[in-house]
Ligand binder design. Structure first.
Ligand code: ATP
Ligand code: MG
Length: 355
């Protein structure tokens, strides 16, 4: 997918604007000018939400009641209108869309920000979302299976809260185990097929570092999930939720026998996150011929000139559409000079394309 055009209205401090993008787009401007807000608008169009806040009201311009984002992506017209009261209208090619997952399929997007290292330093939720992004875009069966698992777990947890006896719970567990296994197989296959690609990119970004990647399925590998759910029943009853299962899956990354967050510097962690996200994009293109869009906010942060070059070259090689934000365009001028680039200057919310 290629986001050819974007029109934004009433997003943060941005003045209403319609822009035409190319393959490599650089957005530059002073602090507080609106660069991240522009990337946020693209993210909103692709995922129906911001990456900075869960509160839609924060993204809408202070003086207005609704935001409107419209984009043309590989010939499709995608529009999203969000009101301060939480209402949302999404339209694709003129038709109203009620399920968010329909929107998600149109613009596979990867985001890299200065805070992205939290993928490695934070809890497992983000890493699970990371795996599931890849499985969602490559496996048609993923969505219904994952949806089923989520619903069954929700039901199980509410039974636990009601202190239902195990016989009642076990009726649902049979189904849960079946879907949990299917989900685990999909995730496992995905990691196995994506990991060799990832290792190649890590070698390029961090030549002196060896990172091992392993998938933790959310319960002890040697245990049968059905027996484990039964064994854990007293504990789950006390907790009021299910303590083991596919909802606890994680991706473990280690280096020198330590979790990567204890072994690598901030810049190295950023590069590792970039490697993970780039590997996913390449994997998606090679597996199902889908193009990923990359939003890289404040590209220069934490990276020396050499690493900026390696990152930009690698991003360009993915053949994905790129949106890179920097404060001063000189920060990446020498690294992007060999590529055809569209430059967008942001000044107090006004975005203009350099001629
Ligand atoms: N809902 C809103 N309505 C109007 N203005 C807002 C709203 N939310 C944030 N702003 C303002 O928008 C401006 C742009 O913020 P943004 O984070 O996009 O800047 P930036 O160019 O990315 O800056 P930096 O280089 O510091 O990251 C800020 O000055 C902020 O105060
Ligand atoms: Mg910013």
């Amino acid at each position: 997918m290629l986001l050819e055009q974007l029109s934004v209205q009433k997003i943060r401090n941005l003045a209403d604007v319609k822009l035409e993008f190319g393959q490599l787009n650089v957005i530059y401007g002073d602090n507080g000018s609106g660069k991240t807000s522009l990337l946020e608008a693209i993210h909103y169009l692709a995922l129906g939400r911001s990456f900075r806040t869960h509160l839609a009201g924060r993204v809408i311009h202070h003086d207005h009641d609704q935001l409107i984002i419209w984009g043309k992506a590989s010939g499709h017209s995608i529009g999203i209108q969000r009101f301060r009261n939480g209402d949302v209208v999404i339209k694709i090619d003129g038709d109203k869309v009620t399920r968010l997952t329909t929107l998600l399929e149109y613009l596979p997007l990867q985001l890299i920000t200065p805070e992205s290292f939290t993928l490695l330093t934070g809890g497992p939720t983000m890493r699970r979302q990371f795996i599931d992004w890849g499985v969602f875009h490559t496996e048609q069966n993923f969505q219904p299976i994952w949806h089923k698992c989520k619903r069954l777990l929700k039901q199980r947890n509410s039974l636990l809260k009601r202190r239902a006896n195990y016989r009642e719970i076990s009726y649902w567990d049979r189904e849960l185990v079946q879907y949990a296994q299917q989900l685990t197989t999909l995730r496992n296959n995905y990691i196995n097929s994506f990991n060799p690609l990832l290792q190649g990119i890590i070698e390029r970004f961090l030549p002196a570092v060896t990172v091992t990647v392993s998938y933790s399925q959310g319960w002890d590998k040697k245990s049968d999930l059905s027996q484990l759910l039964e064994k854990n029943y007293p504990r789950d009853l006390a907790l009021g939720y299910t303590s083991a299962g596919p909802h606890k899956a994680d991706l473990r990354l280690r280096c020198n026998n330590m979790p990567v967050q204890d072994a690598l510097s901030r810049g190295q962690l950023k590069l590792l996150v970039c490697a993970l996200r780039i590997a996913q994009g390449i994997h998606l293109r090679t597996q199902v011929d889908k193009q990923t869009i990359y939003l890289v906010d404040d590209l220069s942060s934490e990276l020396d000139a050499n690493k900026r070059q390696v990152l930009i070259d690698q991003l360009v090689e993915t053949q994905a559409q790129l949106f890179l934000s920097v404060i001063d365009v000189k920060q990446i001028a020498s690294q992007t000079s060999k590529y055809q680039t569209r430059l967008f200057h942001v000044e107090q919310g006004v975005v203009t394309q350099d001629k």
